[in-house]
Design a binder for this molecule. Structure first.
Ligand code: NAD
Ligand code: MN
Length: 367
C-alpha cells in the first residue's frame, strides 16, 4: 500500500516537544499493522513569522493541500500577539480545507483522580464522564470580521462580527446527530444562548431542531451554554455528545479537559468529513509557554490526536493500539507528567506508551 503522507506542523513552545515524542509512537503502531507513514516537516510558526512576517509562506496552503492529513503541535509565543499566531496559521488551515467539524473527545481515563472527585458528589468516574464535543469549526464567532475604530480616542470602538449560516449549522449538526446515533447512550446537548443572542442563536436552535427530526432515536435538548458548563461539573453523567458553536465549543472543551485531569490529555480532530481536503489533528492545548523547554509537557493529548488521525486514515488497527496503549499507561499511573502528580518527562511518557503497543492489538476500541 502506498504510504499515507502527513504534513507535520510542530509549531512553537511545547508543540515541537509533544510532536517529537508522539511521532515514534505513531510510527511504531503503524509498523505493527503494516501501515506506512511518510512525515514531511514544515518549520512554520512564530520563528517563521519573526524571520519573514508570515506564520507560513504565501503558498503554504497550496503546499499542504496534497497531503492525506496534517499533524499539528501548537502555536503561539508570548512575544508574538496571539491573534497573529493563531489567525496566521491554524484558522486559515481550518477554513481553507473546510474542516468544519472540530471533534474533541472528553473522557475521564481510568486511573486518574480528577480535580473535583469527591467534592460535591458529582459522579466523576470513567463510566459517567464520557463526552465528545462537536464544535463548529468554520464560521460563527471566529470568522474574523470587524474592525477597530477611532483608535486611541475616548470614542474608541471595536466590532467583532459573528456569522452563522443555515448551511454551516446544518452540516455540523447532522454530523453530531449521526455520531450520537451511533453511541450507546444516544444523547445530544446543543449549546445555545438564544435568550440573549436573539439572531444567531435562534437560527442555531431552529436548524438543530430541524436536523433532529431525522434522528428520532437520539434524545436531545438545547441548553444555554452557561448552564451547560455548570452541568458538565454537576451532572457529567447526563451528557454524551455536545454540539456547540466555534467559541462555545472552544471553551467547553477546555473545561472538559480540565475536569478530566489536564489540558495535556485532550485530543482534537479538525475534520473535513467529505475528504475533499486534508483534515488536521492536534492536541487541544496551546503552546504552554509557562512550561516550554522543560521537557515536562504531557504528550498524551498529542498521541491521542495521532490515534484519531490513524483512524481517519483508515488504519483502525494502529489507532486502536495507540489508544489502548495510552490508556494502559495512564491506568498504570507510574509514568505520568508532573501536572498529573507524576515525575516523568514528555519523552518517558511517550516511550512508556510505545512499549505497550505490542500488547495492545485487537479490535478497535468502541468510539
Ligand atoms: P495553553 O493550553 O497553552 O496553557 C494553559 C495551561 O495548561 C498552562 O498552564 C499550561 O502549562 C497547561 N498545559 C497546556 N498543555 C499542557 C501539556 N501538554 N502538559 C501539561 N500542561 C499543559 O493555553 P494558553 O496559556 O492560553 O495559551 C498559550 C499560547 O498558546 C497562546 O499563544 C495561545 O494563543 C496559544 N494557543 C494555541 C492553540 C493551538 O495551537 N491550537 C490553542 C490554544 C492556545
Ligand atoms: Mn482552545
Amino acid at each position: 500500500m502506498s504510504p499515507h503522507r502527513i504534513a507535520v506542523l510542530a509549531g512553537d513552545g511545547i508543540g515541537p516537544e509533544v510532536v517529537e515524542a508522539a511521532l515514534p509512537v505513531l510510527e511504531a503502531a503503524a509498523g505493527l499493522e503494516g501501515v506506512d507513514l511518510d512525515w514531511v516537516h514544515f518549520p512554520w510558526g512564530c520563528d517563521h513569522w519573526q524571520a519573514t512576517g508570515r506564520m507560513m509562506p504565501e503558498d503554504g496552503l497550496d503546499r499542504l493541500r496534497p497531503f492525506d492529513a496534517i499533524f499539528l503541535g501548537a502555536v503561539g509565543r508570548p512575544d508574538v500577539p496571539d491573534h497573529v499566531s493563531v489567525r496566521g496559521l491554524i484558522l486559515p488551515i481550518r477554513r481553507a480545507f473546510d474542516q468544519y467539524v472540530n471533534l474533541r473527545p472528553m473522557e475521564l481515563l481510568p486511573g486518574l483522580s480528577p480535580v473535583l472527585a469527591g467534592r460535591g458528589g458529582a459522579p466523576f468516574s470513567p463510566e459517567s464522564f464520557r463526552m465528545v464535543c462537536v464544535r463548529e469549526n468554520s464560521e460563527g464567532e471566529y470568522v474574523g470580521l470587524g474592525g477597530r475604530f477611532d483608535q486611541g480616542t475616548r470614542d474608541e470602538r471595536a466590532e467583532q462580527l459573528s456569522v452563522f449560516t443555515r448551511r454551516g449549522i446544518e452540516r455540523v449538526a447532522r454530523y453530531a446527530f449521526r455520531l450520537a446515533d451511533g453511541r450507546p447512550r444516544r444523547l445530544l446537548a446543543s449549546a445555545t444562548k438564544s435568550n440573549a443572542w436573539q439572531h444567531a442563536m435562534v437560527l442555531w436552535d431552529e436548524v438543530v431542531e430541524e436536523v433532529a427530526r431525522d434522528f428520532p432515536r437520539v434524545s436531545w435538548r438545547p441548553y444555554h451554554v452557561d448552564a451547560l458548563a455548570a452541568r458538565m461539573v454537576s451532572h457529567p453523567d447526563s451528557l454524551d455528545v455536545i454540539l456547540a458553536s466555534n467559541l462555545f465549543g472552544d471553551i467547553l472543551s477546555d473545561l472538559g479537559a480540565a475536569l478530566t485531569g489536564s489540558l495535556g490529555l485532550a485530543p482534537g480532530a479538525n475534520l473535513n468529513p467529505e475528504g475533499t481536503h486534508p483534515s488536521m489533528f492536534e492536541p487541544i492545548h496551546g503552546s504552554a509557554p509557562d512550561i516550554a523547554g522543560q521537557g515536562i509537557a504531557n504528550p498524551i493529548g498529542t498521541i491521542w490526536a495521532g490515534a484519531l488521525m490513524l483512524d481517519h486514515l483508515g488504519a483502525q488497527g494502529a489507532a486502536g493500539r495507540v489508544e489502548r496503549a495510552l490508556r494502559a499507561v495512564v491506568a498504570d499511573g507510574t509514568v505520568l507528567t508532573p501536572e498529573l502528580g507524576g515525575r516523568a518527562g514528555t519523552m518517558e511518557v511517550a516511550e512508556a506508551v510505545r512499549l505497550r503497543l505490542a500488547d495492545a492489538g485487537g479490535a478497535p476500541p468502541p468510539s
